[in-house]
Design a protein around this ligand. Structure first.
Ligand code: UD1
Length: 339
């Protein structure tokens, strides 16, 4: 298929581009480069051996989006593009609602006008809110989220369900990611957060490489085995494979909307992750346990049964591999991608 990857220069998008090409798809990317570096594109072409045409614009621009679909035959869209920093979304709610919703409206309108009926959407485990029982199962309701970022995911899921309800030509996959970490085993593409990383793994990696002095562990008094929060970390390579599997499933089945958790089904604590990273890197990660971060849940992980049964997909990479691959990327690219 000819697949448009929105946000294809970003962290998860870039890894998915590699696997889509490996699966035989022809890929084109649309990315605003608001939170990604153009240098990633050359690396993708080296890794895939394919030309990856890139359209550099923001999908909130309806005219440019329409023009892209008018010019290019597109069979399917994998939609990653969006703003994604939880803390920033609290400070800039209008930017988050406007950007994430408007880009999706623009994209789906263009898809409908041009007969493109396959859409894979990047959702998040954040839609399970604060009260869902662990492990999380896909049919849990009501969905909610504790930040404007998370609420854009809840809203977009709902918009896509409503549109699919009246459009018999549309097949939508809503993929709920748990905690993506790791990097391509080549060490040439990986996560490159701008500024101070919000998420645990990139922060740990920057401490290991000497960019930051020490990690602050947010809370040591949670009701977990070692007192630190537990999360379901998933290797970005497993996550990318989940997108390829989901796309091929919706292309061959009649269900209009499918929701799948993409997680491993196990929790790993902050301190367990730090210890695994020390083993993988051979570096010591200095840390201090500080107060809890507002909005953090003690522990959650996926029930990955549905994706296994329907997609034949499951995670295969261990926490050790997640750390080893993150470290290979970070060591080879201590400052991330060049400007
Ligand atoms: C966060 C977001 C989630 C989003 C996901 C994207 C929040 C509340 N949730 O998930 O909505 O979809 O990122 O990847 O922000 N930690 C530290 N020190 C740090 C950073 C993190 O101790 O410097 C801890 C956190 O308290 C948490 C764990 O590490 O217990 C994982 O944190 P993080 O990587 O930010 O992921 P989530 O909070 O699970």
């Amino acid at each position: 298929m000819r697949v448009l990857v929105s946000g294809g220069a970003g962290y998860i998008g870039s890894h998915t581009v590699v696997q889509l090409v490996a699966a035989g798809h022809e890929v084109l990317v649309v990315d605003s480069f608001a939170n990604a570096k153009p240098a990633v594109v050359g690396r993708l072409e080296t890794l895939t051996g394919a030309a990856i045409p890139v359209h550099a614009f923001d999908l909130t621009d309806h005219e440019k989006t329409e023009r892209l679909f008018a010019q290019e035959p597109i069979d399917a869209v994998v939609h990653f593009a969006g703003l994604k920093a939880v803390g920033e979304s609290v400070q800039r709610p209008l930017d988050y609602y406007e950007n994430n919703l408007e880009s999706t409206f623009s994209l789906v309108r263009a898809m409908r006008r041009h007969g493109c009926g396959l859409l894979v959407f990047s959702s998040s485990a954040t839609v399970y809110g604060d009260h869902a029982p662990v492990p999380y199962v896909e049919d849990y309701e009501p969905l909610s989220a504790s930040s404007p970022y998370g609420r854009t995911k809840v809203m977009i899921e709902q918009v896509l369900r409503d549109v699919a309800h009246i459009d018999e030509g549309l097949r939508v996959a809503l993929l709920r990611y748990f905690n993506p970490v790791g990097a391509h085993p080549s060490g040439t593409i990986g996560e490159d957060p701008q500024g101070v990383p919000n998420n645990l793994m990139p922060f740990v990696a920057q401490v290991a490489v000497g960019r930051r002095e020490r990690l602050e562990v947010f809370g040591g008094d949670y009701p977990t085995a070692d007192g630190t929060c537990e999360r379901d970390y998933i290797h970005v390579e497993d996550l990318a494979a989940g997108h390829v599997a989901a796309l091929s499933w919706i292309a061959t089945h009649d269900r209009r909307v499918s929701t799948w958790n993409l997680g491993g089904g196990r929790g790993t604590s902050v301190l367990q992750l730090v210890a695994a990273f020390e083993r993988a890197s051979g570096r010591t990660i200095p840390y201090a346990i500080v107060g809890r971060r507002a909005g953090d849940l003690p522990a959650f992980w996926a029930d990955p049964t549905l994706a296994r049964e329907e997609l034949g997909w499951q995670t295969t990479r261990t926490v050790e591999e997640m750390c080893a691959d993150t470290w290979r990327w970070q060591r080879a690219n201590p400052q991330g991608y060049p400007d």
